[in-house]
Design a protein around this ligand. Structure first.
Ligand SMILES: N[C@@H](CCC(=O)N[C@@H](CS)C(=O)NCC(=O)O)C(=O)O
Length: 215
């Protein structure tokens, strides 16, 4: 879709990075305007949401709107609509498996990031920082260097939603371990290259700070 044929987007979420920051970054990468709806009265809104959870994307075409739940479905939908899902069948598939790998990492990081809220045992938190994190970074470095694809991005010559998911997961981890990329120069270059994309840089310079520091 061209910019002029895009629907209107409202991204409904709490006023934190959480599960929505990947989606905000996707809009930034795709240079697509959207309204960032910061929910404060959740008790009232919850029953109106398809699954009683957030994030939800409200997409409006003329007088018709639909509500899309599930962050994984939303990022893939935006990937297709904004042409950030690779160009060939194999690139679509690479995007899928890199995205899934980033989500696996994120699932391991969340109980660490929100340790107090999750009641995560200190032993598990320590294990993540001493072993788990390096495992995920090595996996990502390997995927980025994969000989079966060309180009500097995870799925080829252009950045996709896979790059968004990996970048945001690295970024969330960086809020707690600022030196984590010191031993991963390829990932450091990827992180800096993505952050320097002008529309992404514009989002980064104006976004709300991450909640992970205070978690
Ligand atoms: N699998 C869902 C999980 C959504 C989810 O757990 N949302 C949380 C916030 S991150 C939520 O809405 N919590 C409030 C509630 O369940 O009432 C997704 O990825 O969107």
């Amino acid at each position: 879709m061209t910019q002029s044929t895009l629907p209107t987007f409202e991204l409904i979420y709490f006023p934190i990075h959480g599960r929505a920051e990947m989606l905000r970054l996707t809009f930034a990468l795709g240079q697509a305007p959207f309204t960032d709806v910061a929910v404060t009265d959740w008790a009232t809104l919850k029953p109106q949401m398809p699954l009683g959870q957030l994030p939800v994307l409200k997409e409006t075409h003329g007088d018709k709107s639909c509500l899309i739940p599930q962050s994984g479905a939303i990022i893939r939908h935006l990937g297709r609509v904004l042409n950030l899902y690779g160009q060939t069948e194999i690139e679509h598939t690479v995007v899928d498996y890199v995205l899934e790998t980033a989500m696996d990492w994120r699932a391991k990081f969340m109980p660490v990031a929100y340790a107090r809220m999750f009641g995560t045992a200190q032993e598990l938190v320590d294990k993540y920082w001493s072993e788990g994190l390096d495992h995920h970074l090595r996996v990502m470095e390997k995927l980025l260097a994969s000989p079966s694809k060309s180009g500097p991005w995870f799925a080829g010559e252009s950045p996709t939603i896979a790059d968004v998911a990996v970048w945001e997961t690295i970024d969330s981890n960086l809020t707690k371990r600022a030196d984590l990329l010191d031993r991963y120069p390829t990932l450091r270059a990827f992180y800096d290259r993505f952050a320097a994309i002008p529309s992404v840089a514009a989002h980064l310079s104006s976004r709300r700070p991450s909640e992970h520091r205070q978690a």
